[in-house]
Write a protein that binds this ligand. Structure first.
Ligand SMILES: [Ca+2]
Length: 276
């Protein structure tokens, strides 16, 4: 059954929609253009949605969840289509603000606003009630586990493959390694000292990138009822601790909190899958 699901996903046609094009040229120009045809993506298909200015949002159909998941973490380039002034501030002089790097310094509240913006843009152009939102922690874990009991998003081996972005031996001046052997993943070198372009952050067998590492990802769920914190999952480029890299590990952050290691990914889901 699982292999059949993989086959469906991997054979899915790539279809590009231009539903966001009107945002570029303004309302007047948009009214003069013919309406694009909707919906073009069918269940089982993966594809992309155009956000304008050549920016696209890639989606992968996840059969076990019966909806689409962002193929990548939301990038700075994608987020700036919503918030043109957004800046992912540098960390220790290392750039985090590249268009293809994941957007960080985005709070849970802001991530939800981005989802709401995406949803408004597809209104009337997608089956009624479908919406963009953050994944629940359980949904995120389902996508990370790829249908089996794997310990980590890439599988069960240790250290992680080098195309998954964690704190490895990259970027360390050789003598420093002698004194930081317990502060990096020994035997792991991913080339990126900080976040990687999302397409270089490791793909799972479903074709979803960055489910482990690169940046932590906001989930919809509350972590602490007492403190109102929200779940983040997946670990990040600055993590080396084995337990943080597991598919089911949940960490937390305040919903208005931001930092250099937390980003997010969107899902496009039917209304009956969404909690308030
Ligand atoms: Ca990630």
């Amino acid at each position: 059954m699982w292999m059949r699901w993989i086959a469906v996903c991997s054979s899915a046609a790539l279809i590009s929609l231009n539903i966001f094009a009107e945002s570029e040229a303004g309302a007047d120009a948009a009214e003069s253009r013919p309406e694009p045809e909707f919906p073009a993506l069918e269940p089982g298909q993966s594809g992309t949605i155009a956000l304008g200015s050549g920016v696209e949002l890639a989606l992968v159909w996840i059969e076990a969840l019966k909806f689409w998941v962002g193929k990548y973490e939301v990038t700075n380039g994608q987020y700036r289509r919503f918030n043109t002034s957004h800046v992912s501030k540098p960390w220790a002089r290392h750039v985090l603000d590249g268009d293809d790097q994941p957007a960080v310094y985005v709070s849970w509240n802001q991530a939800r606003q981005y989802c709401a913006w995406l949803t408004r843009r597809i209104k009337g152009k997608w089956p009624e009630g479908w919406l963009f939102r953050l994944p629940s922690a359980k949904e995120w874990e389902t996508c990370a586990r790829c249908g089996d009991a794997r310990e980590f998003p890439w599988g069960n081996e240790w250290p992680p493959p080098n195309d998954w972005n964690y704190r490895g031996e990259e970027g360390l001046w050789a003598p420093v390694r002698l004194f930081t052997h317990d502060k990096v993943i020994r035997g792991h070198t991913d080339k990126f000292v900080v976040s990687a372009p999302v397409a270089s952050s490791g793909s799972n067998i479903l074709g979803v990138f960055g489910m482990g590492g690169n940046v932590w990802e906001w989930c919809r769920d509350e972590f602490s009822e007492e403190y109102g914190t929200r779940v983040i999952m997946g670990g990040c480029w600055d993590n080396y601790q084995r337990h943080l890299l597991k598919t089911d590990w949940r960490s937390e952050c305040a919903p208005n909190g931001t930092n250099q290691v937390i980003g997010f990914r969107v899902v496009l889901a039917p209304p009956d899958s969404a909690a308030p």
